[in-house]
Design a protein around this ligand. Structure first.
Ligand code: AMP
Length: 143
């Protein structure tokens, strides 16, 4: 099962934000869209960072309320692990487990074409497991 399969059902919409936006504005974007991370893009929509709710918690813990007025570029993660459409769901699980994060933007020739969250991966795996056990049940009934 590949990233392309997941994107074909969930779509390719990605919520993005500019690095000059404040942390307060980024929090509003996360809350309004009910998401856990927002991709930070520079000129030509190139991915230059990612900001997740964990980064928000860390910034507030370290700097208090003053962090809210700072540009989010001070808080975002700059080295972003990405994937391509042909990567498998197992590849993604490996990268998420190893890197301890729950979001991976999907790029095609540096162009942002989607984002996969751990929720998408779990949903996909559950669907696969249900289909497998149905096939097994069907097989057992025939023997
Ligand atoms: P998350 O579990 O996705 O909420 O993120 C946990 C931490 O990993 C935060 O510091 C994020 O900025 C960072 N992070 C999230 N996604 C990625 C990614 N694809 N590549 C690198 N860091 C990430």
């Amino acid at each position: 099962m590949t990233v392309k399969t997941i994107l074909s059902t969930k779509g390719s919409e990605v919520i993005t934000i500019a690095p000059a936006a404040t942390l307060e504005e980024a929090i509003a974007v996360l809350a309004r869209n009910r998401i856990g991370a927002v991709v930070v893009v520079g000129p030509e929509q190139r991915v230059i960072g990612i900001l997740s709710e964990r980064d928000v918690v860390r910034a507030l813990s370290e700097h208090g309320a003053s962090a809210l007025k700072q540009p989010l570029s001070q808080t975002m993660t700059r080295v972003v692990v990405t994937c391509g459409e042909t990567d498998t769901v197992s590849d993604l699980m490996e990268r998420m487990t190893h890197g301890r994060f729950r979001h991976i933007p999907v790029l095609e020739q540096d162009r942002l074409i989607g984002i996969i969250s751990i929720g998408d991966v779990v949903k996909q795996r559950l669907g696969e497991m249900e289909r497998e056990s149905e096939q097994l049940r069907g097989y057992i009934q025939t023997v």
